[in-house]
Every structure is written in structure tokens, then in C-alpha cells.
Design a protein around this ligand. Structure first.
Ligand SMILES: *[C@@H]1O[C@H](CO)[C@@H](O)[C@H](O)[C@H]1NC(C)=O
Ligand SMILES: *[C@@H]1O[C@H](CO)[C@@H](O)[C@H](O)[C@H]1NC(C)=O
Ligand SMILES: *[C@@H]1O[C@H](CO)[C@@H](O)[C@H](O)[C@H]1NC(C)=O
Length: 365
């Protein structure tokens, strides 16, 4: 009797102690993270109370087996019901506490579009070895990208766009072999792209516009077989376009506008039928536009304006399947504007300020 009673007690004790809830250390780290931030409009952090951080804490998710915190997912622009009493947009001030690094099972950290979170990225973030998504876009985060960011071997998404991040792109970034999406747009990043940037073989989007990048496009980029979208616009990039860039298999968006690039436009770039959006505007590209368009050419955007291009508009442009937005203005082109369906909807703005172009939609020759 006594022994079965103590057995029951033991059983009851075991059941209670295995009821899953957030570990106290994870809860304490979350509360310290919360303490460094202020979110006055939505009351998101009002939900961060009570013992079990795995239940009902807005934006917090746990692993169903280990009950460790795996996700912090806080977006300032969202359709989440918690936003119903405001205009789908919140603000947050404060900074990202290094206490977040104690949540060592995190796979997702999204703290995005809060507009006013400042301070630096805690350097200890690179110790979160399970991290797959780091998205801090749309805040006012300053300081540099942690030098040993390459330690985050499982990272697939690194999005730090629209902040005030400075310094250079760390060399170690090329070691993140799983990286698929890199967005550092609209910061104050200086220096050159790492020469071995092309080691990022899984990268499909490299968005680096609106920074202060210098130097030329490294040849190693040609090895990036999955690169679909390369945006280096509005930097201070020099040099010419690597000739084989047009041979890249899946590259479909290329934005190099607003740099100081020179040289000729490689013909392979314009004959590549997968290319859909290309903006080379406001550089120093020269020579003639290669006459290599064909029935498979399908450009949503082809903007070559504000360069030093000369010669005639290639006749093969007439045979293009689609030419959505064509801008050849502000160059040194000459001769008759070709006739054909891709030109039917274009107005004079596409051709203005050249040396001696004529024909519809400009004056007759
Ligand atoms: C929105 O709701 C939260 C909690 O539901 C509340 O704390 C906050 O004051 C509300 N905001 C406005 C602007 O009504
Ligand atoms: C191309 O880039 C220029 C310079 O950055 C920009 O003004 C223009 O709007 C872009 N063209 C298109 C069609 O987006
Ligand atoms: C444009 O090209 C001409 C020669 O074709 C050259 O003399 C001139 O310096 C170039 N201008 C710029 C701004 O690169």
C-alpha cells in the first residue's frame, strides 16, 4: 500500500515535470530582449507575460519536441490581427539586446519594418549556429555587419536593407554556403565586393543597391549558377561588365544603373532571352548597342539612358517579342528609329537628347 502510494506520487511528479513549457532561461532571455524595446501603439509586448513563453507570446514560436524557442517573428507592417486597431503599421524604439544570443536554438529572427529600432547588430548573433533567417530590414540599425558572419553556416536569408549599416561587407560572408537571398540595399556600406563573392553558389538574389560600394564587379560572380537578380544600382562601381555575364543561366534582372561603369555592353547580355529587366542607365557605357535582339527577346525594362552610346539603334530590336519600357535617351545615337511593333507604344521620351535620331516618334528624317 505504502509503496504503491509512493509510486503514484512519483508518477504524478513525473507527469507534472514533463508537461512542456518554455524553459525559464529562454523566458528570461526573451524578457531581457523585450526590456530593451518600446512598442507603444500595438501592445505586442503585453502578450509577453505569464510563465509559458511558448504559448500566446506574439511572434514567439518553440520547437514542439524540445520546447526551446526557435522563432522570433516580429514585423511592423503586417496583416496580423493584432494590428487591427491601427493602420497595419507599428513603430518600435530601442535596440536589439545581446540577450537574444542566449536563445541558442533560434532558427528565425525577423525584427523588421519597425522604423526606429537603433543600435547595432549584437556581434554575438554569429553564435546562433542554427539561424536560417535573419531579417532586420526597415529599422535604423547602425554599425557594421559582424565580421564573423560567415559562422552562420545555415543562413539562407540575410536581409539588412533600409537601415544605417556602415563599414565593409565582411570577407567571411562568402563562407555562408547556404545563403540564397542577400539584401543589404539602402545602407551606408563602403568598400568592394569580396573578390570571391562567387563562392556563394546558392545565392539567387544579391541586392546591394544604394550603398557606397566601389571597385568593379568580380569575375567570380560568373560562377553563381543560381543568380537570378543582381542589383548593384546607385553605388560607385567602376570597371566594365564582365563579358560572360550575359551567359549566366538564370540571370533575369540586372540593375547596374547609377554607377561609374565604362566599356561596351556585351552582346551576350542583350541576346540572352532570359533577361527581362535590365537597367544600365547613368553610367559611362560607350560604343554601339549590339545588334543581337531576336524573336525571343522579352524585356519588361531595357533602360540604357544617360550613357555615351553611339551608332544606330539596332534594327534587330524590331523583331523583339516584347519591349515594355525602352529608354535610349541621353546618348549619342544617330540615324533612323527602326519601325516595328516593339516601338509602336513608345513616345519621344525614349529617344530624346541623342545626336541625330529621327523618325517616328521623333521628327521625320
Ligand atoms: C491596440 O490594442 C492593444 C491591445 O489589444 C492596446 O494595448 C493598444 O492601446 C491599442 N492601440 C490603439 C491605438 O488603440
Ligand atoms: C533606371 O535607373 C535610373 C537611375 O537609377 C532610374 O532613374 C530609372 O527610373 C530606372 N529605370 C526604370 C525603368 O526603372
Ligand atoms: C564619350 O565618348 C567619346 C568618344 O566616343 C569620348 O570622347 C568622350 O570622352 C566620352 N564621354 C564620356 C563622358 O565618357
Amino acid at each position: 500500500m505504502a509503496s504503491s502510494l509512493s509510486f503514484l506520487t512519483l508518477l504524478l511528479f513525473t507527469v507534472i515535470s514533463t508537461v512542456k513549457s518554455c524553459p525559464p532561461s529562454d523566458r528570461a532571455a526573451l524578457l531581457a530582449f523585450k526590456a530593451a524595446l518600446t512598442e507603444p501603439k500595438l501592445g505586442i509586448f503585453n502578450t509577453w507575460s505569464g510563465y509559458d513563453c511558448c504559448r500566446g507570446w506574439h511572434g514567439v514560436s518553440c520547437n514542439p519536441t524540445t520546447w526551446r524557442v526557435t522563432d522570433i517573428n516580429l514585423r511592423g507592417d503586417s496583416q496580423d490581427p493584432i494590428f487591427h486597431n491601427v493602420t497595419h503599421s507599428g513603430t518600435m524604439t530601442g535596440n536589439i539586446s545581446p540577450e537574444i544570443c542566449k536563445l541558442d536554438q533560434l532558427t528565425t529572427v525577423v525584427i523588421a519594418d519597425w522604423k526606429s529600432i537603433s543600435g547595432e547588430i549584437p556581434s554575438c548573433i554569429t553564435s546562433l549556429s542554427s539561424l536560417q533567417i535573419l531579417d532586420l530590414t526597415g529599422n535604423r540599425i547602425s554599425g557594421g555587419i559582424p565580421g564573423n558572419i560567415g559562422k552562420l553556416q545555415k543562413l539562407t536569408v540575410l536581409n539588412l536593407a533600409d537601415n544605417a549599416i556602415s563599414g565593409e561587407i565582411p570577407m567571411s560572408i562568402v563562407r555562408i554556403s547556404s545563403l540564397m537571398h542577400l539584401d543589404l540595399s539602402n545602407n551606408q556600406i563602403i568598400g568592394e565586393l569580396p573578390a570571391d563573392f562567387g563562392k556563394l553558389r546558392r545565392l539567387s538574389r544579391a541586392l546591394l543597391s544604394q550603398n557606397q560600394l566601389v571597385g568593379s564587379i568580380p569575375d567570380s560572380i560568373l560562377k553563381m549558377n543560381r543568380l537570378a537578380d543582381l542589383d548593384l544600382s546607385l553605388n560607385k562601381i567602376t570597371g566594365s561588365i564582365p563579358v560572360r555575364l550575359g551567359k549566366m543561366r538564370v540571370l533575369s534582372t540586372l540593375k547596374l544603373d547609377g554607377n561609374s561603369m565604362t566599356g561596351k555592353i556585351p552582346s551576350s547580355l542583350l541576346s540572352n532571352s532570359g533577361m527581362g529587366i535590365m537597367n544600365l542607365s547613368r553610367n559611362g557605357f560607350e560604343g554601339s548597342i549590339p545588334n543581337v535582339f531576336g524573336s525571343k527577346s522579352y524585356f519588361m525594362v531595357l533602360d540604357l539612358s544617360f550613357n555615351n552610346l553611339s551608332g544606330r539603334i539596332p534594327g534587330s530590336l524590331s523583331s523583339a517579342k516584347f519591349m515594355g519600357h525602352l529608354d535610349l535617351s541621353n546618348n549619342h545615337l544617330c540615324g533612323t528609329i527602326p519601325i516595328g511593333s516593339p516601338f509602336d507604344h513608345l513616345d519621344a521620351a525614349s529617344f530624346n537628347n541623342n545626336d541625330c535620331l529621327c523618325g517616328n516618334p521623333l521628327k521625320t528624317c
